[in-house]
Design a protein around this ligand. Structure first.
Ligand code: MN
Length: 240
């Protein structure tokens, strides 16, 4: 298997996991930077993540243009991915999803915070991006590069940003990492919401977040364990 074939198979697995874990539904997407060329990324054609198969994967440049004369319909919001890869050279994988659990934190003043150990990877701060601040009344979708770049600017050096009234983006150094973060961010949001009904919330400290980051090893058996588990649950063990 070439690096490109491996990346394509891993991207299919990521799509199927995110669908099976209810992070995405008919909408939402995940991409990976092209292992052969840092100025390109891989993203499925406009199809629901649960249905993605390897031939659906398209290639794009960092302006969101499809490469190789591929005329299939791409996702309208591919500019989210293009702009984040452009702004963040260390980022190798990006997720955009509409998970309902995070939405209240994008439309109120209540900040989303890591409150459970598995939520630590969102980092200390989760900025909220509001498309209306710069672009006025839109259809709320990120449909061009300037909008994508504005979102990437708001994300800054963080791992996750909320999109007001829409969803979230997550950026990481690997597909496994971005999938894990995207699975746990909504669960963290659900726990935080429940906790806020009981009383004041105690988030993870800066030191606890740092300690968990320091202990994270991309190639460790613990990291692979979750990927294998989720892929098997999602019915695509044969792609591992
Ligand atoms: Mn969207």
């Amino acid at each position: 298997m070439t690096d490109l074939e491996r990346a394509r198979a891993d991207l299919v697995i990521a799509n199927r996991i995110l669908a099976h874990e209810n992070v995405v539904d008919a909408y939402g997407h995940v991409s990976v930077r092209d292992p052969r060329d840092a100025k390109r990324f891989l993203l499925a054609r406009s199809v629901s993540p649960e249905m993605v198969v390897p031939p659906d994967i398209m290639e794009f440049d960092l302006e969101g243009n499809a490469l190789g004369g591929d005329a299939r319909q791409p996702y309208l919001e591919r500019f989210i991915h293009a702009a984040i890869y452009e702004a963040r050279p260390e980022v190798l994988a990006v997720v955009h999803a509409h998970a309902e659990e995070v939405l209240p934190f994008g439309i109120t003043g209540a900040p989303l915070r890591p409150v459970i150990h598995s939520g630590s990877f969102m980092g200390e701060q989760v900025p909220v991006w509001d498309i209306r601040d710069k672009f006025g009344d839109t259809n709320m979708l990120v449909t061009n590069l300037p909008q994508g770049r504005d979102l990437a600017t708001r994300l800054g050096g963080n791992n996750v940003a909320l999109m007001r009234g829409h969803g979230f983006v997550a950026a990481a150094r690997s597909l496994i990492e971005v999938v894990r973060m995207s699975v746990y961010v909504p669960r963290n949001a659900r726990v935080q919401m429940a906790a806020m009904q009981l009383g004041a919330v105690k988030p993870l400290s800066r030191g606890e977040i740092a300690a968990r980051n320091a202990g994270y090893k991309p190639q460790s058996p613990e990291t692979w364990r979750a990927w294998e588990y989720w892929a098997t649950r999602a019915g695509c063990k044969e792609l591992l």
